[in-house]
Design a protein around this ligand. Structure first.
Ligand code: PAP
Length: 329
């Protein structure tokens, strides 16, 4: 790094830590991590500097396709599907990078991977990803009219998934919030990139206002009929399947390649590490737990279920956004 660049970067760091020092803070779900409230949402301390920097510096291009989600609502799956769909003419079944690379390495995260290099684009790939809420997206994304994909999941399953993930995160000696405490925090909106409902609602409203620019998907619907959604995604990405591809079963093969059963059994996803040698190093296997709809029935009490459903109704009622999953345990 040149001298002036070094100076710029340390000035920016100081500016960001000044901003962060004024923000409301809460304990995170592990002892080693705090959450800060910024622009109405709670963010892990490790991400905050790069989030602010990304908001300032990222320049979207009209051809970008941004995969958006709150954590644990189907990101890994949607990344795999969109990657497989948009690169289907570049690779064959034995050379597909998804066989040897976790989807998170195939599609970079704006607020981490692009924070230091905001103009980077993966070669021959229109895809980028973010967990940022709609209202906090870098302005250039909204201004340039590029397309956005959002996946959302029943808050009960997202909570259970998030809690399991938090329990495996961090150093071995870190203390984790018991499920009951994490549940209280989640209900108050204090979870990574939460309040979860506000996150979903921002994209939901944008998708109603501008369906050609924001496509809203639900994990549960995708599970119910994945092939149908693979075709919708291909159309939305501007790469619809040809009659020939449909006859050859390409949408079905992409569905199979990206299925939980297939992906979770790949060696890279069983034993590899995401971002090795960084403070954010994570075992790839942590992104693949059960991959089902309704695991909340095995973890939440009747009272917890009622409370979460009530909050969901209060927050989303009247918006048209619902989760058609029976809440009886
Ligand atoms: P992230 O936001 O940290 O990237 P994300 O992928 O959104 O995580 O969420 C992980 C969940 O998606 C896990 O759910 P679970 O804890 O309820 O099991 C994970 O199992 C599930 N998941 C990962 N890959 C797939 C897939 N290919 N198909 C379906 N679900 C999947």
């Amino acid at each position: 790094m040149k001298c002036e660049e070094k100076e710029e970067s340390s000035k920016a760091k100081m500016k960001y830590s000044d901003i962060i020092s004024t923000l409301p803070r809460e304990n995170g779900w592990t002892t080693s991590n705090s959450l800060y409230q910024y622009q109405g949402f709670w963010y892990p301390s490790l991400f905050l500097e790069s989030i602010i920097s990304t908001q300032e510096h990222f320049k979207a291009q009209p051809t970008d396709l941004i995969v958006c989600s709150a954590p644990k609502s189907g990101t890994t799956w949607l990344k795999a599907l969109t990657f497989a769909i948009t690169t289907r003419n570049q690779f064959n079944e034995s050379t597909n990078p998804l066989l040897t690379t976790i989807p998170h390495e195939c599609i970079p995260l704006l607020e981490y991977d692009l924070a230091k290099n905001p103009t980077y684009r993966p070669p021959k790939l229109p895809l980028l990803a973010t967990h940022l809420p709609y209202t906090s997206l870098p302005r250039s994304i909204l201004a340039c009219g590029c397309k956005i994909l959002y996946v959302c999941r029943d808050p009960k399953d997202t909570f259970v998934s998030l809690w399991h993930f938090a329990c495996k995160l961090g150093p071995k000696d870190a203390q984790y919030l018991p499920l009951e405490k994490a549940f209280e925090q989640f209900c108050k909106g204090i979870s990574a990139y939460g309040p979860y409902w506000d996150h979903a609602l921002g994209y939901w409203k944008a998708s109603l206002e501008c369906p050609e620019r924001v496509m809203f998907l639900k994990y549960e619907d995708m599970k119910r009929d994945t092939v149908f959604h693979v075709k919708r995604l291909a159309e939305y990405a501007g790469q619809p399947f040809s009659m020939e591809e449909e006859m050859e079963g390409v949408p079905q093969r992409i569905t199979e390649l990206c299925s939980f059963e297939h992906m979770s059994n790949l060696e890279v996803n069983k034993s590899g590490k995401h971002r090795p040698n960084s403070p954010m190093a994570i075992n790839n296997s942590m992104y693949f737990r059960k991959g089902i709809v309704g695991d909340w029935k095995n973890h939440l009490t009747t009272e917890m279920i009622e409370l979460l459903d009530q909050i969901t109704e209060q927050k989303l009622g009247g918006s048209g956004l619902t989760f058609h999953v029976s809440s009886s345990p």
